[in-house]
Design a protein around this ligand. Sequence first.
Ligand code: IPE
Ligand code: IPE
Ligand code: MG
Length: 240
Amino acid sequence: MAKAAPSIPHHIAIVMDGNGRWAKRRLMPRIAGHRQGVESLRRCIRACVERGVAVLTVFAFSSENWNRPEDEVSGLMELLGKALAREVPELQKGGIRLHFVGDRQGLSEGMRQGLAQAEAQTADNRRMVLNVCFNYGGRWDIAQAAARVAARGEPITEAALDRAMALAHVPDPDLLIRTGGEQRISNFLLWQCAYSELYFSHRLWPDFDAAALDEAIAAFDARERRFGQTSEQLARQAAG
Ligand code: IPE
Ligand code: IPE
Ligand code: MG
């Protein structure tokens, strides 16, 4: 009997790590690894659309990445600007809706305008949502949500915070992938990954291809998500 197709996570989040090491192994500058990382993202977006993933959220630049050498930071900013100009028409063709998630206050005025424009251009697309976390930190997100709820004079409840978080427009990630071999969250989606399945890949991000994505999805498919309940309860619910 043919094996049933694996269940596809509705929302996949990815810490795209390992660009620098990819470049270093080739005696190339780190920014060359980031450039290759953009190619890998493009391939991953296509693979997710083909597999019917509804939401893809990627970590592109963390609140802490400002602490990197100045030339790497400016190289990354430039790369984002170029990627925006080049990729938005492609996303548009593919029916992908783009959201930027993070603290825009720390970005240049030109960059802020570019992000807003890209979001507006893709706002009617319905095939897949792509959240690009840029100047994002999980702690920043929780703090900004709390500040917004407090400013409205509302009580700080779980539900109110949930509605104020930067990813409130999508359900929480089902599968969180980190490439590059490190097994940590690095201040990514602290609030939203409470019940995400975690998957760590040794592949460096530029080497993470469609086959690697399928391995991650197969691993996800083999997990039992209990959300605090017992296996027996889940079996009973599945039996109706
Ligand atoms: C991830 O790759 C991309 C960003 C943080 C912008 P790294 O640049 O962290 O790559 P490694 O971890 O040094 O290999
Ligand atoms: C996490 O990777 C951030 C992104 C992938 C954008 P880092 O390379 O910055 O994480 P650490 O420093 O190894 O924890
Ligand atoms: Mg890294």
